[in-house]
Design a binder for this molecule. Structure first.
Ligand SMILES: C[S@@+](CC[C@H](N)C(=O)[O-])C[C@H]1O[C@@H](n2cnc3c(N)ncnc32)[C@H](O)[C@@H]1O
Length: 495
């Protein structure tokens, strides 16, 4: 028998929406306290439950029902919600004299771009150390990966955006702030039911389509595609969860998302993917990833943020599946390790792929590891990189003839033994964006130190060459390629 589809008439939606009016992120945090909020982040409810004791106002009732998964009295529910509508849609289900919510409905608000509303998802399966495995079509709520993807998204105003694998619809909530139209897809029909409810409650208009990868997304093209697809690389023998894994071996699904996306971008269109990739013996991961975008004409910036060895990786996802502490744990662990051995996977990289359809014969493809903390949201820094790629490719004449100005956030750090006259290392560091650092020698340090927008690079190099008593041509050959790299890394103002 099919389950409820959680749909509401326009009238019932308005009634629910008006009941949720005071159920905001601030109101919930105020009710459960910072510690309650932090404990919920660790999947524990007790701190919040204790904070709510003695309260039966609507915010407390909604928090108990929809976030803490508690049963709530008939009387309290009737005071807080249009019970008839929620019962007939299947959102609330009677349990004796009390009511349970079948789904999680919670307020959402992002300080980064002002996206806000309510999102509907399945209840977390592992709340309060419960070992319940999620249902195979479990719809994830907002996860750390959702937030990271939202923060790395380049938020230039666009006409058409695609939210591939929308889940509870959180990326669409953000896209609505800067995209004129949104197509949101998912393989999982339950995800689309819950996303539909959340987006309707939030007043966001998105075309929701069911199907795999780009199949339901029409030919596009799109100005922006964002996705954190089900990237978990698990053996076919494990029970599968649509939110995290697919039937494609290793990182084949990630590859399909990337290569398929390159063919659906407008000129200048952007594809942003958060995911995993395999490190396999015999081929450096950088080359594999660069191979995914080869021939697409897209500029690319792939940033590996973390690398996990197979054991760490598998333990995380076994726990996520609710298997920790169960009798099948060790055999599932072993089977997963055998699968990795079979595929030659020696480690798993996690990170961000951003592509811009630059339409170049020889695009700028950068694949690198950067594991240090970055300024969030990092989207503007990624946009700055792609905005600077063109200038980094100017002719030597043009680069040398330009009066470069370092961005104002760059600071210098010196390292050396206490009391030493000269530092042994000089590092320049960006305080913003990707917070990159570069170690400089006297030639590069002296050059960059003079880049304040007054003198051209040629004039500066001339002066530095004199100071160091080296031929200017040697200095240009040494410093110019390094300056180009810094231009692409957005170390200079580009007016
Ligand atoms: C990790 S969740 C991400 C959800 C959401 N985008 C977010 O940021 O939280 C991955 C989503 O992709 C969906 N999905 C799984 N396989 C898919 C496929 N082949 N095509 C499209 N979506 C798929 C899942 O149902 C799930 O909703």
């Amino acid at each position: 028998m099919p389950g409820p589809d959680f749909s509401l008439s326009d009238d019932d939606l308005r009634r629910l929406r008006s009941s949720l009016e005071g159920y905001t992120v601030d109101a919930v945090v105020e009710a459960i306290g910072d510690q309650g909020q932090a404990a919920l982040g660790r999947n524990h409810t007790l701190a919040a439950q204790r904070a709510l004791r003695g309260r039966d106002d609507p915010v407390a009732t909604l928090t108990r029902l929809f976030i803490l998964q508690d049963a709530v009295s008939d009387e309290a529910v009737r005071r807080a919600l249009p019970l008839d509508a929620l019962q007939s849609s299947g959102i609330l289900v009677r349990d004796g004299d009390e009511w349970h919510a079948r789904v999680d409905i919670r307020p959402y608000a992002s300080p980064d771009d002002g996206a806000d509303g309510w999102l509907v998802s399945d209840h977390a399966a592992t709340l309060d150390t419960a070992r319940g495995a999620p249902r195979p079509d479990h719809v994830l709520g907002v996860s750390p990966a959702s937030t990271t993807l939202a923060q790395l998204t380049i938020r230039t105003p666009v006409e058409r955006a695609l939210d591939l694998g929308t889940g509870c619809g959180v990326q669409s909530l953000h896209l609505a702030k800067h995209a004129q139209s949104i197509v949101a897809t998912d393989l999982n029909p339950r995800a689309l039911q819950l996303a539909r409810l959340g987006l309707r409650l939030s007043g966001v208009d998105a075309a929701l389509r069911q199907g795999s990868l780009y199949e339901p997304a029409d030919a596009g093209p799109y100005d922006l595609i964002v996705t954190n697809p089900p990237f978990v690389m698990s053996p076919p023998s494990t029970s599968r969860f649509t939110y995290r894994e697919s039937d494609v071996a290793a990182d084949g699904l990630m590859q399909a998302v990337v290569t398929g996306g390159t063919r659906r971008l407008t000129q200048g269109g952007v594809l942003q993917v958060l995911g995993n990739w395999a490190h396999q013996a015999g081929e450096p991961w950088e080359e594999r990833l660069a191979g995914w975008v080869a021939g697409s004409g897209c500029d690319a910036l792939v940033i590996q943020r973390e690398v996990l060895d197979p054991y760490e990786y598998i333990e995380i996802w076994l726990a996520d599946a609710g298997l920790a502490g169960t009798p099948g744990y060790m055999s599932a662990y072993e089977a997963w390790l055998d699968y990795f051995d079979h595929l030659g996977i020696s480690a798993v990289g996690m990170g961000w792929v951003t592509l811009v359809n630059a339409g170049r014969d020889v695009p700028d493809v950068r694949v690198e590891e950067w594991t240090h903390a970055v300024e969030q949201p990092v989207g503007p820094a990624l946009a700055a990189h792609f905005g600077a790629v063109g200038a980094a490719r100017w002719s030597d004449e043009k680069v040398l003839g330009h009066a470069w100005r370092l961005t104002s956030d760059v600071v210098q750090e010196t390292l050396g033994p206490p009391g030493a006259e000269d530092p042994s290392h000089i590092v320049l560091r960006q305080q913003r964006g990707l917070r990159r650092a570069v170690e400089v020698d006297t030639a590069l340090g002296g050059t960059l130190g003079a880049c304040d927008g007054d003198l051209t690079l040629r004039e500066i190099l001339g002066a530095v060459a004199q100071l160091l008593d080296v031929p200017i041509s040697d200095l240009v050959a040494d410093v110019l390629p390094r300056v180009r790299r810094l231009i692409a890394d957005a170390w200079f103002e580009l007016d």
